[in-house]
Write a protein that binds this ligand. Structure first.
Ligand SMILES: [Zn+2]
Length: 148
């Protein structure tokens, strides 16, 4: 059974796929969800092959962008950054009665956006696993564009 966090993630990806045109080829409804175990991206455009990540977060109000959002595994992210690879990111804010979709092009991403977290403690279910945070406060002003 999916956890609440996985359900929120799946919901956000579906909303972006339904409502946002592909940022690259500009076609509507071409963004498709990739399988959950596909590591580097969440959506692919089935016309031009464009890849994007989607991060969804529950918020109390849409007025304020969270300073940080929980990312994924640090290891693969670090390897991609070391190789100079960045993926465009959709951020979906889910408030109790409404939601918003923001877009952060890879052009405005830098290593400062990705903060390494401490590995999980020995008593944790996934002991030793290490994640990262998206530090949205490190993004240049105006780089996160609200689409919806
Ligand atoms: Zn496209």
């Amino acid at each position: 059974m999916a956890t609440a966090k996985q359900e929120l993630g799946a919901w956000g990806e579906t909303e972006v796929a339904k409502k946002c045109a592909c940022p690259s080829c500009k076609r509507p409804k071409t963004l498709k969800r990739l399988p959950t175990n596909f590591k580097c991206a969440d959506l692919i455009c089935d016309f031009c092959g464009y890849l994007a990540q989607v991060k969804s977060i529950s918020v109390r109000t849409l007025d304020l962008m969270p300073k940080q959002i929980l990312g994924a595994a640090w290891g693969p992210q670090k390897e991609r950054m070391d190789a100079g690879i960045y993926f465009p990111l959709f951020v979906v804010l889910k408030a109790p009665t409404d939601f918003a979709i923001y877009y952060l092009p890879s052009d405005f991403q830098s290593p400062a956006l990705f903060a390494e977290r401490a590995p999980l403690s020995a008593s944790a279910k996934r002991a030793g696993w290490q994640g990262f945070m998206y530090v949205l406060s490190a993004v240049p002003d105006g780089a996160l564009v609200r689409l919806l």
